[in-house]
Design a protein around this ligand. Sequence first.
Ligand code: CP
Ligand code: NVA
Length: 309
Amino acid sequence: MRHKDFIEVHDYTAEEVMRIFELARDMKAKPKKFKDALTGQTLAMIFEKSSTRTRVSFEVGMFQLGGHALFLSARDIQLGRGEPITDTAKVLSRYVDGIMARTFAHKTVTDLAEHASVPVINGLTDLSHPCQSMTDYFTAWEKFGDLKGRKLAYVGDGNNMAHSLMLAGPKLGMDVAIATPAAYAPAAEMVSTAKADAKAAGTKMVITTSVDEAVAGADIVETDVWASMGQEAEAEKRHRDFAGWIVDKRVMSLAKREAIFMHCLPAHRGEEVAAEVIDSPRSVIYDEAENRLHIQKAIMYTLMKDRDR
Ligand code: CP
Ligand code: NVA
C-alpha cells in the first residue's frame, strides 16, 4: 500500500480499507505476533485539544508494537507560540518516524503532512475524525460480517464525526443517512465528496433533517455531542437548537431489531443520547473504544513498517 499519510478514509480504496480491517483483526487476535513490528520507532503525538481515547490508544498501541510515543501538548511546544507548521513538520521529521496530530484547523494536519517527510495521521480536526470512523465500521464488521448493503444512520450535529462516517461508508459498500437540524448540516464540500463516492460505489448517501427517515431500517444508529471541542462558546445556543434531538428508545425502535448503537465518546447522557440506549445491550461503545487501539495499530503498521528511513 503506497500511502505516506492517513488524513481521510476517502484517500484509500475499498480494498485498502479492508486490508487495514484484516490486519486490525489479526492484531486484536494475536497481539504478541506484532510486538517487535515498530521496534526503535517513535511517534510524536501533537494535541491542540483534549483527549482520553486517542492519546491512550495511540500511546499504548505504539508500545505494543515495540515503539515509543511522545505526547506533545501544543500549549507546551513552540507551535503554540507561533512557530510555523512547516518548521515544526521538518524538525520533527528529523527525530521521529511518524506524527499523529489532533488540531482545530484541518489545514494544520494537511500542512504537517505536506511538509513532514514522515507519515502523518489525522487524530481529529474540526473537519474530520477518520481513525474513529474506521474504528466504528470495523466494530460493525466484527458484529455483522460483510457490511455491503447495510445502513448506518447518524443523528445530530453535522460535525467531524458525521463527515468521516459519510466518507468511509461507501468504502464498505454501506448506505449512510445523516439527519441534522437544518442549520447544522454537514459541510457542503464533504457532502459532495461523499455523494460522489457513494455513486461510484453504488451505495446510498442521504442527507436529511428527518430523524425518522434517516433511522428507518438502519443497522447502526450513531450520534455525537451537540457542541464539539472548540465550540464551547456556542454550547448554550446549541443546546436550545438541538432540543429534542435525542437518540432514545423511540428512535432506536425505527431501526432494525438487531441494530446496534454507536457513539465515539465522550457522551452526554440525557442530551444527544438517552441512558436507556447508551447503557443498553444494543450499545457497543466500549468495543468501539477498544477497537481504536487495534485499528490505529494497523494504520501505524501500514504506514511506518518497512519505510525507508
Ligand atoms: N473518541 C475520541 O476521539 O475520544 P477522545 O477525544 O477521548 O480521544
Ligand atoms: N465531535 C467531537 C468528537 C470528539 C471525539 C469533537 O470534535 O469534540
